[in-house]
Design a protein around this ligand. Sequence first.
Ligand code: SF4
Length: 384
Amino acid sequence: MDKMKKDFSPTLLDFGPVQIYLARHFGFCYGVENAIEISFATIEENPGKRIFLLSEMIHNPQVNADLQSRGVRFLQDTYGRELIPFEELTPEDIVIIPAFGTTLEMEKKLIKAGLRIKEYNTTCPFVEKVWNRSQQIAKKDYTVIIHGKPKHEETRATFSHAAQDTASVIISDMREAELLADYIKGNRPPDRFFKEFKNQYSDGFDPIRDLRRIGLVNQTTMLASDTQAIADFLKQTMIDIFKLEENTVGEYFADTRDTLCYATNDNQTAVIELLQTGADLAIVVGGYNSSNTSHLVELCEKKLPTYFINGQEKIISAKDILHYDLQDRTEVLSTGYLPEHRPVKILLTSGASCPDAMVESIIRKLSAYFPDAVSMEEMKSRFS
Ligand code: SF4
């Protein structure tokens, strides 16, 4: 009903003793839905053929397990390590390229193996938009700075596309933006650059020559506030060094807006609004290696106890929950996550690779822990 997406206020599911505030925008994005649809259609239309996924289709364990249960096999893990030797591929096989896209080197490898890569390419158009943006910058002789996670499939793909046209370097956060600024200012010995940005710069990169004219693009799923802060910081760095005015800054810093996708923006804005609601805890659902989900967790963690889970089974009971610790990168068991007082107020959201059915099953499970809660059927009727 809110076609212009002006309303980011959460939906209250008032079960009585437990109140669940659901983010206005959460879960599956266009790119993920599109990739899943193409993958399942490919399986149906090609009985008897060997079907491979280049890596995880999306960062969701259930979706990937579902595809595997239908006979699909992964060629690489999420870090690009080979799981099945490429030499085993034949031109009769099908290889699906995931929503994150892939590197130009990988495309060449698949074409060389005789595979048809266009037909089974599920690269999200919002990722392609980033590639186009970096190409535009490259054509104007700017070096492309990519703000993203260096090992993430999407950032590796964006880097490969950018690096074919111009000098390129990946920065993962503000700390690395500040390091880069030191090289731009000439405050660090240039040869240290190669150690500090190992595996993050293009062939032949010269920190003296290639950091005088720069443009910034982002992995589509970064935290909007970080992205803005890094863009402002790098722009200001160029203004200070080259003594620029607003009308001359474009000569040294390409005038680009961020390349976050709509789903990242909508889901993060909805969480910021969700956090205005006083609550006892937050539950964020999504794959543990999902970039966009981890940023929703970071936003929630700043305000209240937050439990990052990748499935309803991680809610073990009304007392125990198994959840992912982003800092330690491990699952931990917490006891007593639901407070004793009533009503308990819970904020709930999910990342772009999490099916809505998962969110529903979590609502069902949580409400069932409260004997006096209204039924799911009653709750549904309130919204119909
Ligand atoms: S999170 Fe954004 S860029 Fe990534 S698949 Fe979804 S819509 Fe595309």
